[in-house]
Ligand binder design. Structure first.
Ligand code: SF4
Length: 162
């Protein structure tokens, strides 16, 4: 049975930068929970950041460039949290390898977890065109299929096909 790596905040845990959850209520998620497929992770906490913590963004939203050492993850005050973001992404990848996880359901628009979009680094609420979070980018690069909470049906279809 395929396991699914899932953002802890989507599971109702208050782990976001402002110590709030982003609870996702959906019958598919309930089914996967009942099937014991869900493997929770918060890459930012796993990487050593506290909760609460300052909000952070990636320049142009490009987490893939962070992995390549070409961009940083910065807080609004300019403090650099790149190392913690990369550490969290590597821990998420190690977890996937350990449990042979090939699918992830990660929170949209997060500088770690976002897979379809992300904020552009200006802290103005502007989305970047090719935005992707650091963890989502690293997992995708290693063949793990990453979905966000707007794509539950697509994830279900992939699981059925597999
Ligand atoms: Fe949620 Fe991911 Fe942010 Fe952790 S890093 S709070 S799991 S979106």
């Amino acid at each position: 049975m395929n396991l699914i790596l899932v953002s802890r905040c989507l599971l109702g845990e208050p782990v976001r930068y402002d110590a709030s959850p982003k609870t996702l209520e959906h019958p598919l998620l309930n089914r996967w929970r009942d099937e014991q497929r869900l493997v929770p992770i918060c890459p930012e906490l796993a990487g050593g950041l506290p909760c609460p913590r300052p909000a952070a963004e990636v320049a142009q939203g490009r987490g893939d460039r962070v992995i390549d050492g070409q961009a940083s993850v910065l807080c609004r005050d300019g403090s650099d949290v790149t190392d913690a973001f990369i550490a969290g992404a590597e821990i998420a990848l190690a977890q996937c390898r350990r449990q042979q996880i090939r699918f992830a359901l990660l929170k949209a628009r997060s500088p770690s977890c976002g897979s379809q979009d992300g904020y552009d680094g200006s802290f103005s609420g502007t989305l970047a065109e090719q935005g992707v979070g650091v963890t989502a980018a690293l997992l995708s690069r290693h063949g793990i299929k990453v979905f966000d909470e707007s794509q539950l049906e697509q994830l279900a279809a992939e699981l059925d096909r597999d």
